[in-house]
Design a protein around this ligand. Structure first.
Ligand code: ATP
Length: 503
């Protein structure tokens, strides 16, 4: 898709130019699907982390945090099922020699048919104008009904094949749907094979199989194996949650989408332990609660949707994704899974240690059930960045690029700019900075014309530019320019802080 490529080019170069994201090892021509965060990127990323961490551990009194190690005992990954089942089905095109995920090829094919439905709707909207009734159109248009039936049929067969782990069936479906390689355009496919996504390494000096350890592919297992420690030392009562933010590693096959799919990334996960039989109620609760968290960023709700899983992971009895409408379509941003007692039970079995909770309210011991919320930090970064990235033509015909970031997430909350670099204005401005920096991350800048400085701060998403001019020297007032409207207001020095907090 040309648009998708254009978007990635634009956002990648903006992210690089303004110090948000750099290709890892760029000096050595880069390392595929690994990225570094620059000075502005790390601030935005930390602000997202803070927002998540606080909402989990500060706003819920029954959720506590941990920070577990990346390296863990290899048996953990046997117990969790990752050694045997953390696979992607991959397929190669014999002409282009490119490797694809078989499931992604089929999902993309379905998305193309859905796109056709959207085009039909758009055409009909144009034709019928104000009289257009979408529901009626969807129910009556033969063409749309045909497309919908196709989507449902492929979906069902695809889900059945994935659930049955039927690799030959997946290949047959790809052939039947006449899916071609986007590079070579041919349908000359290999068989479908399973590929384990975990990175393995060796620990210590002896290199036989027993010292193989894995870089964790999810942070969740660090929570499960610490369940007893946390429950006992924190005297936690069910229901309660354990939250963690940390790195995860996956040897992704398809890794061409900037920070959407990386080989080293960060997850923000929370495991919520509850009484068996109450998990569906908590699953519903966390579905809503997590969506509310996203909406509190001020991003419109049309940008989000739920997607229930047809194929459940080996540990789940219910699963939903919160998808975000990236410029390249709706894609998973967060997963909410009801993981039953699968993980704790398996760790009890594999470790030989009892993992039970005595519930004094009902006088019973049991292995708790668990509902997980798992969100990618880098993917949230990309969601926020791509939503915020705006190119505008102003009234005077000039162009500006502005990042309309949620204000609390912006790398700098405000910038203080002396209009000219003389007459005591810089000194006055620096005094204001010294005062504001206790409350907000504040930038001081005196180089270039005021217009250029505004543009630079628009481009990194600074919500407020505070300008010190000659009038400031007379009456202790400044102008505050708001990023999105570009409107300016005269505010007295005493009121700057409250102005920023209120707007
Ligand atoms: P996908 O289907 O996109 O591969 P997944 O279903 O494997 O994702 P989960 O295992 O549910 O993902 O992981 C939880 C979250 O971690 C995802 O919703 C996503 O935001 C993030 N995530 C997973 N894999 C990656 C990756 N390779 N790069 C960046 N973020 C990721």
């Amino acid at each position: 898709m040309a648009n998708t490529e254009d978007f990635f080019k634009k956002i990648t170069s903006h992210a690089k130019e303004y110090g948000f994201v750099f290709q890892s090892s760029e000096l050595y021509d880069g390392l595929s699907a690994v990225y570094d965060y620059g000075p502005n990127g790390v601030e935005l990323k930390n602000n997202i982390k803070q927002y998540w961490w606080r909402s989990m551990t500060q706003m819920h009194e029954n959720i506590v945090g941990i920070d577990s190690a990346v390296f863990m005992h290899p048996k953990i990954w046997k117990a969790s099922g990752h050694v045997d089942a953390f696979n992607d089905p991959l397929i190669d095109n014999k002409d282009s020699k490119k490797r694809y995920r078989a499931d992604v090829l089929i999902e993309d094919h379905i998305a193309k048919i859905e796109e056709k439905i959207n085009k039909e709707i758009a055409k009909a909207k144009k034709r019928f104008g104000d009289n257009f009734n979408e529901e009626q159109f969807l129910a009556t248009s033969e063409r749309v009904k045909g497309y919908k039936a196709q989507v449902e049929d492929i979906h069902q067969r695809f889900a059945d094949l994935m659930n049955a782990n039927d690799l030959k069936g997946l290949r047959d479906l790809i052939i039947e749907l006449e899916i071609a390689c986007p590079i070579s355009g041919t349908r000359n496919w290999t068989d479908v094979r399973q590929f384990n996504l975990m990175f393995a390494t060796k620990m210590g000096s002896v290199s036989d199989d027993s010292d193989t350890i894995y870089l964790r592919p999810e942070t969740a297992q660090g929570i499960f194996v610490n369940y007893l420690n946390v429950q006992k030392t924190g005297r936690m009562k069910i229901p309660f949650g354990i939250a963690q933010i940390g790195k995860a590693f996956r040897n992704e096959i398809v890794a061409r989408q900037f920070i959407f799919r990386m080989r080293e990334f960060e997850q923000m996960e929370m495991e919520f332990f509850c009484r068996p039989g109450t998990e569906m109620q908590w699953f519903e609760y966390w579905k809503q609660e997590r969506l509310n968290w996203h909406l509190a960023l001020g991003i419109p709700k049309e940008k989000y949707r739920y997607h229930d899983h047809e194929k459940l992971a080996h540990y789940a009895n219910a699963a939903t994704d919160i998808e975000f409408e990236f410029p390249f379509g709706f894609k998973e941003l967060e997963g909410i899974h009801s993981r039953t007692d699968f993980d704790l039970k398996r760790h009890q079995e594999f470790s030989g240690k009892k993992i039970q909770y005595f519930d004094s309210e009902i006088n019973e011991s049991y292995i708790p059930y668990c509902v997980e919320t798992s969100i990618g930090l880098d993917r949230t970064f990309l969601a926020v960045l791509s939503y915020a990235f705006t190119e505008e033509t102003l009234e005077d015909g000039s162009q500006r690029v502005v990042l309309k970031l949620p204000k609390m997430l912006a790398p700098y909350r405000c910038a203080v700019l002396p209009l000219v670099n003389k007459d005591g204005l810089p000194e006055k401005a620096k005094k204001i900075v010294d005062d504001l920096r206790w409350s907000f991350r504040t930038h001081y800048e005196e180089k270039d014309t005021i217009g250029k400085r505004y543009r630079r701060h628009d481009a990194i998403g600074t919500p407020f530019c505070i300008t010190v001019d000659t009038q400031t020297m007379e009456d202790d007032t400044v102008t505050i320019r708001e990023r999105d409207t570009m409107q300016q207001e005269r505010v007295s020095l005493d009121n700057i802080k409250s102005f920023i907090l209120q707007h």
